[in-house]
Design a protein. Structure first.
Length: 320
C-alpha cells in the first residue's frame, strides 16, 4: 500500500513539474539595454545593462530554476550539467520570481549575482552582437532567444513592438530600436512597450457629445434605474417576509395558511374617529396625573417620633 502511494506521489510531482515547464513557454525576452549611462538604476543605485522578461500568458508564471545566458556556445554542448555551469540559474525561494499575468520583470546584466535574484552572472558588451537566451529547468530547451545588433547605441533599447508577440507577417518588424525621441519609441522598463495616450472611444464620444448632454441623460438613467431596481428588490423582500411571518403564525396556531383570517380594519374606524379617541386619551392622562414621574415628600405638621412614644417602651406597666 505504501509503495503504491509513493508511486502515485511521484507521478503527481512529475506531472506538476511537466506542467510548470510547459507554462514557462510563455516567457519572452521583451526589451534589452546594452549600455546604460543615464537610464534606470537598480536597487543599489547603479546603472547596468538590463534584460526585461515578459509573461505573455494570462496566468501567473513561476520563473525560478530557468536559465539565462549570453553565451551562445552553450548550444553546442550536449551535456546538461555542463550547460548549467555556464549559465545563470534563477534561484528558488524568492517570492518575486512568480510573475503575475501579462507583467514584466528586469534582470540586471551586471555580473554580480551576489546582489540578489535579479542580478545575473554575465554582462553585455557594447559595440558587439549580444546573443541572449532563456532555457527551461532542464537547460536543454530554449524558451526564447534574441541577438541584439552591435549597432545599438548607448541608452537605447532593442524591444519588441508589441509585448511578447512576434510579427508573423513581417518578422523584421517584431523588434525595433527605442531612443525616447517620440512616444512610439519610449524606453519602457517594467512596463508595456505600447503606450496609449488616448482612447478612440473616448475621443469619439467627446466629438459626438461636445456639451455633455448625452452623458448627463445617461448618468441620470443609470441612477434612476438603480433606484427602481432597489425599490423592486425591497418590495419583493417585504412580501417574502410577510409570507414567512404568516406561515409561522399559522404553524403556531395549528391551522393552514389559507384558513388564516385576513387582518382588515373595520369600516367604522375612520381617521376622524381615531383622532378623537387619541385626543380624549391625551386629555384624560394629562389631567389625571401631571406629576406621574415626580415623587413629592410633604413635611408633617406635628413632630412625632416613635422612639419617644410610651407604647414602644421596653417596660410593661402593671394594669390596674
Amino acid at each position: 500500500m505504501k509503495k503504491k502511494l509513493s508511486t502515485l506521489l511521484l507521478v503527481m510531482v512529475a506531472c506538476c513539474a511537466s506542467l510548470s515547464a510547459q507554462t514557462r513557454d510563455f516567457l519572452r525576452i521583451n526589451e534589452i539595454m546594452v549600455q546604460n549611462d543615464n537610464s534606470v538604476v537598480d536597487d543599489y543605485g547603479c546603472r547596468s545593462a538590463w534584460v526585461e522578461l515578459f509573461n505573455s500568458s494570462f496566468a501567473p508564471l513561476e520563473i525560478s530554476s530557468v536559465y539565462i545566458t549570453n553565451n551562445k556556445g552553450v548550444l553546442d554542448i550536449k551535456d546538461a550539467q555542463a550547460r548549467k555551469a555556464m549559465m545563470y540559474a534563477v534561484p528558488l525561494g524568492d517570492v518575486n520570481t512568480e510573475m503575475p499575468k501579462r507583467q514584466h520583470v528586469i534582470f540586471w546584466a551586471d555580473g554580480q549575482p551576489t546582489r540578489g535574484t535579479f542580478h545575473t552572472n554575465f554582462t553585455l558588451t557594447p559595440g558587439e552582437d549580444n546573443w541572449i537566451g532563456i532555457f527551461d529547468a532542464s537547460a536543454m530547451n530554449v524558451i526564447d532567444s534574441i541577438t541584439v545588433p552591435a549597432s545599438l547605441a548607448a541608452n537605447t533599447t532593442y524591444a519588441r513592438a508589441i509585448d511578447g508577440k512576434d510579427n508573423d507577417e513581417n518578422p523584421a518588424l517584431t523588434w525595433q530600436v527605442r531612443d525616447n525621441l517620440t512616444p512610439a519609441s519610449y524606453i519602457t522598463p517594467s512596463s508595456n512597450n505600447i503606450i496609449t495616450d488616448s482612447n478612440s472611444k473616448v475621443e469619439t464620444f467627446k466629438t459626438q457629445d461636445e456639451n455633455g448632454f448625452a452623458m448627463t441623460v445617461m448618468a441620470m438613467c443609470i441612477v434612476f434605474s438603480a433606484l427602481l431596481l432597489l425599490c423592486i428588490c425591497f418590495y419583493i423582500i417585504s412580501k417574502i417576509g410577510e409570507r414567512v411571518s404568516k406561515r409561522n403564525k399559522a404553524k403556531s396556531q395549528g391551522t393552514n395558511l389559507g384558513n388564516m383570517p385576513r387582518d382588515e380594519h373595520p369600516d367604522h374606524d375612520s381617521g376622524e374617529e381615531i383622532a378623537a379617541i387619541v385626543m380624549a386619551l391625551h386629555e384624560h392622562l394629562d389631567t389625571h396625573d401631571r406629576e406621574n414621574t415626580v415623587l413629592t415628600i410633604n413635611k408633617v405638621k406635628r413632630a412625632y417620633s416613635p422612639w419617644s412614644s410610651k407604647i414602644y417602651s421596653m417596660r410593661e406597666l402593671p394594669k390596674r
